[in-house]
Design a protein around this ligand. Structure first.
Ligand code: MLT
Length: 204
């Protein structure tokens, strides 16, 4: 998959894996990574699907209606890519923490729904429930930050809470942070995610 890898100066800090939103590229979230963990290595991926020229991580049939067959195929494709990248770049696979926004948060959530070892943690900005009716793996030991919008027209608060419940029931430790900027990713939300990250992974 098309991607950027930047080696960090602290080999012990979690590796940040970045997933952009619809129409974005692997460059979009690089500034966020610098705010969340400036010393981490960063692996930033571009989605393999194009919707009217806009990169995405999986196909959708309409806004918020996912092509589930493609979602599962792409989830496996990203998972294989992450495993290969860990070997190719000599980075510890068990130290990956995802940061995703919108469509990127949805593919990261789908990876959590399918694999117990996809990530040791995840920052999901404005995610949806990627898939319903499947049994989630045991996610104990995985920490998740969810940034939701009280007035998000793409991901309604109910769905944010449903995602929180599903991940918590699977054993993940979930923190939800609410904003009032619709589907937008505000500076305040990024700073809250950075705080959460420091408390979980950088505290001495
Ligand atoms: C999706 O397709 O993943 C969601 O609708 C969010 C987005 O618009 O990308």
């Amino acid at each position: 998959m098309r991607h950027i890898f930047e080696k960090g100066i602290d080999a012990n800090a979690p590796v940040l894996v970045l997933f952009h939103g619809t129409g974005g590229t692997e460059r979009d979230l690089l500034p966020l990574a610098k705010i969340v963990s400036p010393t981490s290595s960063v692996l930033s991926v571009r989605g393999n699907v194009l919707e009217n020229g806009m990169p995405r991580f999986f196909r959708r049939l309409a806004e918020g209606v996912f092509d589930e067959e493609d979602l599962i195929f792409r989830t496996n494709e990203v998972y294989d890519f992450l495993n290969r990248a860990a070997a190719d770049y000599g980075i510890p696979r068990d130290s990956f923490v995802a940061i995703g926004y919108s469509n990127g948060a949805n593919i990261a959530a789908s990876l959590l729904f399918h694999y117990r070892d996809a990530f040791k943690g995840a920052i999901l900005h404005h995610p949806m429930v990627p898939l319903r009716g499947i049994k989630l793996p045991d996610l104990s030991g995985v920490s998740v930050f969810i940034g939701g919008g009280r007035n998000d027209p793409v991901c309604a608060p109910d769905e944010t809470e449903e995602l929180e419940r599903l991940l918590s029931r699977a054993g993940a430790e979930v923190t939800v942070h609410w904003e009032n900027y619709g589907h937008r990713l505000s500076e305040n939300e990024v700073l809250a995610a950075a705080d959460w990250f420091r408390n979980h992974y950088l505290a001495v």
